[in-house]
Design a protein around this ligand. Sequence first.
Ligand code: NAP
Length: 247
Amino acid sequence: MKFSGKNVLVTGSSRGIGAEIARTLAEYGLKVWISYRSGADEADKLHNELQERGLQSAVIGFDVSNEDEFIGAIKTIIDADGELSYLVNNAGITNDKLAIRMKGEDFDSVIRANLNSTFYGCREALKAMNKKRFGAVVNISSIVGETGNAGQTNYSASKGAVISMTKSFALEGSARGIRFNAITPGFIETDMTATLKDEIKDSYISNIPLKRFGSGREVAEATAFLLSDGAGYITGETLKVNGGLSM
Ligand code: NAP
């Protein structure tokens, strides 16, 4: 895959899908900013792994749901590298409960972590990318942002809004050739799905045409494609990476 840009910030890349996205983009030759909130050790471990392999990376810690911290992080990157070529808004959380038991703060905290954060990132990236007339952003949404899910009114609302907001940013970025796309993963093997009971996991797998959960690497390769020059005519799109689950 060919990339005309040089660096990328991957939020929430201390572990899970984000770590695989960071590893994959470093392998494709980009300088990767590995970001974490609490997992400094895991972020450092990935950074050391990439350095030992002769790949380019740096580590940055901030809370994506804090507007000032997100603004500060993008400034740090631009001060260091002179630009931000690509952004992957990947950091996200769940806090599942049936709606009748969900408190306002349970709802708001997930919206802040998944949706407000993606807005801050897209806005700051667009400002920086506008100046260079170059850049691309991928927002990691979720299949439940398209379908809804019992027990996830907060999470599905945040992820559905990420899809529509991505299209709005794509329209605002298009005049300068800056592309915004979303990915909706299905069930992917990470800490987020590790807590599922075996019988629930088996029942999900029985409904997935490819009969397995996906890997972080499979989401990462789709992300790399959408950022790459090869996807130059794709913007405002939502790419499903779900083993055929939504057919
Ligand atoms: P994960 O294993 O739980 O990892 C979440 C990552 O996000 C961690 O690096 C965590 O950092 C970071 N993070 C969370 N809140 C943050 C905050 N406020 N500020 C900064 N970083 C924060 O999750 P995952 O399964 O890899 O999921 C990654 C993305 O894919 C999420 O947006 C998720 O909604 C989406 N997704 C996942 C699946 C799935 O099946 N796994 C399916 C569809 C969509 P620290 O550990 O350093 O705190």
